[in-house]
Design a protein around this ligand. Structure first.
Ligand SMILES: Cc1cc2nc3c(=O)[nH]c(=O)nc-3n(C[C@H](O)[C@H](O)[C@H](O)COP(=O)(O)OP(=O)(O)OC[C@H]3O[C@@H](n4cnc5c(N)ncnc54)[C@H](O)[C@@H]3O)c2cc1C
Length: 342
């Protein structure tokens, strides 16, 4: 039986730690709950927000007038094919980081570079989470969605999901209002090829004296790097990188490099250049500069933080000022990585 709660406090449900309330809130533990929700009075007219662990959302207002649908389905199913391949189907409400830890401890490689990314498994495909040279799409097989318009379940493959750099069909198209991701299927390997392209990972392994790493070593190294670099949302409210790195044509890159010889950028697989948004923000003087309750983090210029007591609109306005400062200085548009909830 589902319970629709009224005026629910969401501070524990958003990693910015904002004092936000939702008019209606329901926790979904299985598919039957969703069928029941479709039949409920509150469902029809309400504006809806599907929420995992709230680590990639910014509520602009203190009160969300609609219905928050919190996904808390559980379960991990593993099928080995006897050789190298392992297919794993994970329920949307499982915690991503705990899932990665379980795979690493069982010796299944493919997601170890995505260790310690906060949030739920169901939200991971929404922005095709990525870190240290690996993205969710690299081990993705398919996912199951619940269609809020028809009540039907569908299976979608990689082509349907249109994964890109921190994006997918679930982030940018009207489907984001329509589909709830119920579970995600991954292809992992018992003999994985490690991805050690990032200098920081190699360096961390070296510091730990590991010359022939396994997936457990890579996962541990990445955890160490993340813990030393990123603010813990439990201590300092944040949602990770607030902006995406701008991706520009090689000619734009060449011009920028001429004007700013210290520019930090990397070529991507399509021959474009990913400009380090953190570096751009740093050049505007916004890094580490606190304005009342908010600011861009002192060690990570890309991370917008709530120093305590900030409102959603205060955070948003600060982010817009930073975006404007970068545009003024470099002529580059910083797109938002975080989902704005208004
Ligand atoms: C400290 C920190 C570090 C981070 N580092 C990284 C990083 O390295 N790489 C990276 O890619 N991200 C990173 N993030 C962002 C975040 O961890 C991911 O975006 C994560 O996938 C969000 O999961 P969530 O459950 O909290 O999603 P939420 O914040 O709850 O939701 C995010 C979006 O997904 C939608 N959604 C959630 N669940 C579902 C579902 N079941 N079906 C359909 N839509 C759904 C929501 O409506 C919302 O639009 C970081 C965040 C923090 C706080």
């Amino acid at each position: 039986m589902i319970e629709i709660e009224r005026n629910v406090y969401l501070k524990e449900h958003n990693s910015f730690g904002l004092d936000v309330f939702a008019a209606n809130y329901v926790c979904i533990r299985n598919q039957h709950d969703l069928n029941e929700l479709l039949e409920s009075d509150v469902f029809g007219d309400s504006k809806k927000l599907v929420l995992g662990e709230g680590s990639n959302v910014l509520f602009i207002n203190d009160y969300f007038e609609g219905l928050v649908i919190h996904i808390a389905t559980k379960g991990i199913r593993i099928a080995e094919n006897g050789h190298d391949r392992v297919i794993v189907e994970v329920a949307a409400g499982e915690n991503w980081s705990a899932f990665v830890d379980q795979m690493v401890s069982q010796g299944y490689g493919g997601v170890e570079n995505l260790s310690l990314i906060p949030g739920s498994v169901g939200a991971a495909p929404v922005q095709n989470i990525g870190a240290y040279g690996v993205e969710l799409k690299d081990s993705f097989v398919s996912l199951k969605v619940f269609d809020l318009e028809t009540g039907k379940i569908d299976s979608l493959g990689p082509q349907d999901c249109e994964f890109g750099y921190r994006t997918s069909v679930f982030k940018t198209t009207p489907l984001k209002e329509r589909y709830i991701i119920l579970s995600v299927k991954f292809r992992l390997s018992k003999r994985p090829k490690l991805k050690l392209d990032y200098g920081a990972v190699r360096q961390q392994l070296e510091i730990s004296g590991i010359s022939n790493p396994g997936i457990g070593d890579v996962s541990a190294a990445i955890k160490q790097i993340r813990q030393s670099k990123l603010p813990d949302p439990k201590v300092l409210g944040n949602a990770g990188s607030f902006f995406k790195n701008p991706v520009v044509h090689s000619l734009v890159y060449a011009q920028l490099k001429k004007e700013h010889p210290n520019l930090v950028a990397n070529p991507d697989e399509n021959g474009m250049y990913k400009i380090a948004a953190g570096w751009l923000i740093e050049q505007t003087g916004c890094k580490g500069k606190r304005v009342d309750h908010v600011g861009m983090h002192e060690n990570q210029a890309l991370v917008l933080v709530n120093y305590g007591g900030a409102s959603g609109s205060e955070l948003f306005h600060h982010a817009m000022k930073v975006q404007y400062a970068v545009k003024e200085k470099f002529g580059l548009q910083l797109d938002l990585e975080v989902n704005i909830i208004s």
